[in-house]
Write a protein that binds this ligand. Structure first.
Ligand SMILES: [Zn+2]
Length: 378
């Protein structure tokens, strides 16, 4: 459904009180939130965990109804001043590629530097989103903010590991997950999301079983996905070998977490298969186990970070930016680039059911990706 900005009076869904609340806390100072709203965020997070538990007990029919209610609710509360927020929902969404937390640049990041990355994102209005929301362009970050995707390759213990303390498992405070958890405690309105692309050999290592490690991540809102069984150079493999490399990890994860949906893959070394074998990334099977992926990430070349709904988006050739500092095209290079060129950033309107774009950009929307979303031109 295409709507013109001049018709926006027609779509006044809003409850006036909610608009004032939104305007007061978000729009007047887009990149800062009060202590009170941080507290509210935290309460919301606790509520979400509780609801997730309740969700497991619902029937399919109940779930459908709940989803529909939520959509209606979202439509009611989100109405913004488009001229002021200037959403750009065809703008760039960076996908950051990290490896471990250690002093070995540029592929690894130290504790301090990783914290600095997160703090910069927080201060400059970036908010992490889940990989599923990225794939579906289901962007729920508040109006005026820019989504960002955090990914970690190779399942390294410095990325995530559990330790045993007084008989119970807890996260190693010095691994990336430990750091993100601490950051979230201090800045709950930053949110929390990251995806870990793993290989097949004892992913993450450390304490706990593999299943306990996966459970720990998923319960806290993180995702895991496929980076081949042997960290394979796919450019050198044939179709059977490619399917074995993908299928084995896919099966391993799904055996431990039944019904878990993985829709993204990351190429080891950033290298794609030979052209004639590329279709085996999208789907294939190994020993009767079938897999399918909607998106595959490379290591680069960096940018442009157009979002999945853009007509030029290539789902099996998606660039990521290396999470490092000091080289052209790395994360800090792009941070500076977007400071100088904010017009390229994705700016959310806060409404996942609407794709809002400045006039003249609407032709860059890939219509088949829209599904039930409406386009809003202003
Ligand atoms: Zn790798």
């Amino acid at each position: 459904m295409l709507r013109n900005g001049k018709q926006k009076k027609v779509i006044v869904y809003c409850l006036l009180v909610m608009v004032i609340a939104l305007g007061g806390c978000t729009l007047s100072s887009p990149f800062q939130q009060s202590e009170k709203s941080k507290e509210e965020q935290k309460q919301q997070e606790e509520k979400n965990i509780k609801e997730n538990k309740e969700e497991e007990l619902l029937t399919e029919e109940d779930k459908e109804k709940k989803k529909e209610d939520e959509i209606q609710q979202d439509k009611k509360i989100i109405e913004i001043d488009y001229e002021r927020v200037k959403p750009n929902e065809l703008g760039h969404i960076m996908v950051v590629m990290y490896h471990g937390i250690m002093d070995n640049p540029p592929y690894h990041r130290t504790y301090e530097d990783f914290w600095k990355d997160l703090k910069y994102m927080y201060d400059k209005g970036y908010r992490p989103i889940s990989i599923t929301d990225y794939v579906n362009q289901n962007i729920t970050v508040a109006p005026g903010y820019t989504p960002i995707v955090l990914t970690f390759d190779d399942g390294l213990p410095s990325t995530f590991s559990l330790i045993k303390e007084n008989g119970s498992l807890k996260v190693n405070p010095n691994c990336a997950v430990g750091i993100m958890e601490k950051f979230y405690e201090e800045y709950p309105d930053f949110g929390k999301a990251a995806t870990f692309y793993i290989n097949g050999h004892d992913p993450f290592e450390g304490a706990g079983t593999i299943q306990e490690r996966f459970a720990y991540l998923l319960e806290r809102g993180y995702d895991i996905s496929n980076h081949t069984y042997n960290h394979a150079d796919l450019a050198t493999l044939n179709e059977q070998q490619i399917q074995e490399e993908l299928g084995k990890v896919d099966r391993m994860i799904k055996e431990m977490i039944p019904h878990y949906i993985m829709s993204t893959f990351s190429y080891p070394f950033g290298k794609r298969p030979k052209e004639e074998f590329r279709k085996w990334i999208a789907s294939g099977s190994y020993e009767g186990h079938e897999y399918a992926y909607d998106i595959a990430f490379r290591e680069g070349p960096s940018g442009p970070f157009i979002p999945p709904i853009h007509v030029k988006f290539e789902p099996y050739n998606v660039p990521r930016v290396r999470g490092s500092e000091g080289a052209e095209g790395d994360l800090w290079w792009y941070f500076n680039y977007y400071e100088k060129n904010p017009q390229y950033r994705y700016v959310s309107d806060g409404n996942p059911h609407r794709i809002a774009v400045p006039k003249g950009k609407e032709n860059n929307i890939q219509q088949e990706m829209l599904q039930a979303k409406e386009v809003y031109v202003y």
